[in-house]
Ligand binder design. Structure first.
Ligand code: DUC
Ligand code: ZN
Ligand code: ZN
Length: 477
């Protein structure tokens, strides 16, 4: 067991900041010491990290990722190894990925397969949510084992008919079961059947470019599904978490439910804070023509900046109408993957890769005066820990917690992208964030007392990351 002393930094937790040295022994934080305090004698450590002028924060927790997800005839291009390595580069020390049960498959088999994919391959700690892609008697019964497996949340889809879709009757039954078991229901809230009709009408009239993905998946489809999910959650008293929200009207629905004291929570993603229907989904390039926009085809879709959706997401984060920012990391290359939809946006695999950049992109929100420093830490680490039953172990720099620590330099700089001199470690042939400049930098990433990134070098290994058995949500009102 070795010890690390992180000296001279400003410790930032969700509750505030303090000048303190942080002592790590083995996998845990054992003390926060007032700077220069020798009252307990000199502190000796095997390794000293100088954090003067820097922030010392709890490692990021990305609670929504899809490594190797089968989607649209292909697979998300990051493996657990490449995706979690990129996570470490960006200051994220835990992920929660979605184990998949496809329709017709046993939940137990889908989950076992996900364990096989991740086990021994992760550079950082990982947990699972369970996708229930076919709600029936058998899968409802299988949900009864999830809490013991350390999987305390599951996801349903109101979109993607014929793939992951659940109808209202299935949602009702699953929520009744979730209420009984204490599981948190995560919902992809878009009206899939109606979207599919709109998408077919657009494609048949020759509107086949990526931009029309955003038109077909209209905000009304997100607002309506969000409202419907809230009412089913109200009826069943099952806590509800709406994933990847992008429409301001849908956030209003969440705010409405929360104002009534309901256990309804909302997550947005960096892409809905910074990227838009007009600039990205509607983009053209020399290389790809108007297919350039395929880089940003994800669901829910990027929304209109002019209509105020992006601004509304930032506001939701300030007011806590939205509690969470996860990436929905689901990367696909342009070559051979996004290209599947070259002639028809409906065949473009949905997803954006961002796992490496969430901590930085949100820090830029601090620099730009959109959120406070403590809110940054709350969003990147503390709330995900509380929401998904990890708090105390993760999400805070305090004695007893896992030594998942990031030294963040507010005077550093990060140029995002695959171009010369830029950062990019995700397994993709492009970056959805090319050219983004961040006024800060992840200097050191530590996971359970092990330095993973330091001096611009990756020092971790696949297999260091352990499976996180999670407790029930700690965020209920
Ligand atoms: N949305 C995406 O963009 N990708 C994967 C699944 C999803 O719901
Ligand atoms: Zn989804
Ligand atoms: Zn997702």
């Amino acid at each position: 067991m070795s010890t690390i002393l992180i000296k001279g930094g400003t410790v930032v937790n969700a509750t505030g900041t303090v000048e303190a040295d942080v002592l790590v022994d083995g996998e845990r934080i054992v003390a926060l010491l007032a700077p220069g305090d020798q009252s307990l004698g000199p502190v000796a450590a095997d390794k000293v990290i100088d954090a003067t002028g820097k922030y010392v924060i709890p490692g990021g927790i990305d609670a929504h990722t899809h490594m190797q997800l089968p989607f649209g005839g292909t697979y998300a291009s990051d493996t657990f190894e490449t995706g979690t390595t990129a996570a470490a580069w960006g200051g994220t020390t835990s992920i929660i990925d979605f184990a998949v049960q496809k329709y017709g498959e046993r939940v137990e088999d889908g989950l076992a397969h996900w364990h096989e994919l991740a086990d021994g391959n992760c550079a950082v700690d990982y947990g699972f949510h369970q996708i229930i892609g076919g709600v029936d008697d058998e899968s409802l019964k299988a949900m009864e084992n999830l809490v013991d497996e350390g999987i305390t949340s599951y996801k349903l889809f109101m979109a993607y008919p014929g793939v992951f879709y659940s109808d209202d009757a299935q949602i009702l039954r699953a929520m009744q079961k979730a209420r009984e078991l204490g599981l948190l229901t995560m919902m992809h809230a878009e009206n899939g059947p109606a979207i599919d009709v709109l998408a077919a009408q657009l494609a048949e009239s020759g509107k086949t470019s990526p931009y029309y993905h955003g038109i077909a998946r209209a905000w009304q489809m997100e607002e309506e599904a969000t409202h419907r999910a809230i009412m089913l959650s109200d009826l069943t008293e099952a806590p509800l978490y709406i994933v990847h929200m992008s429409a301001k009207q849908a956030v209003e629905q969440v705010a409405w439910a929360r104002d009534k004291g309901k256990n309804v929570f909302g997550e947005t993603c960096p892409q809905y804070l910074y990227l838009s229907l007009e600039k990205q989904l509607g983009a053209s390039s020399e290389e790809w023509g108007d297919f350039e926009g395929a880089k940003w085809v994800c669901s829910t879709p990027l929304r209109s900046e002019e209509e105020g959706h992006l601004e509304a997401m930032w506001q939701g984060l300030r007011t806590n109408d939205l509690q969470m920012v996860s990436t929905d990391h689901c990367p696909f290359c342009m070559k051979d993957q996004k290209e599947l939809g070259k002639d028809d946006f409906r065949a473009i695999p949905n997803g954006i890769g961002s796992i490496e950049h969430r901590v930085d992109l949100l820090y830029q929100g601090v620099v730009d005066g959109r959120i406070s420093l403590s809110r940054w830490v709350e969003l990147i680490s503390t709330t995900p820990a509380r929401m998904f039953g990890l708090y105390g172990r993760k999400g805070v720099v305090q004695p007893g917690a896992d030594a998942d620590i990031v030294v963040y330099d507010p005077n550093g700089h990060t140029s995002i992208g695959i171009g010369e001199g830029r950062t990019h470690h995700m397994n993709m042939d492009h970056s959805a964030w090319e050219g983004f400049e961040i006024d800060g930098h992840v200097d050191v990433t530590i996971s359970r007392g092990r330095v993973l990134v330091e001096d611009g070098e990756f020092k971790g290994t696949k297999g260091h990351g352990q499976f996180l058995k999670r407790d029930l949500t700690q965020y209920l009102v």
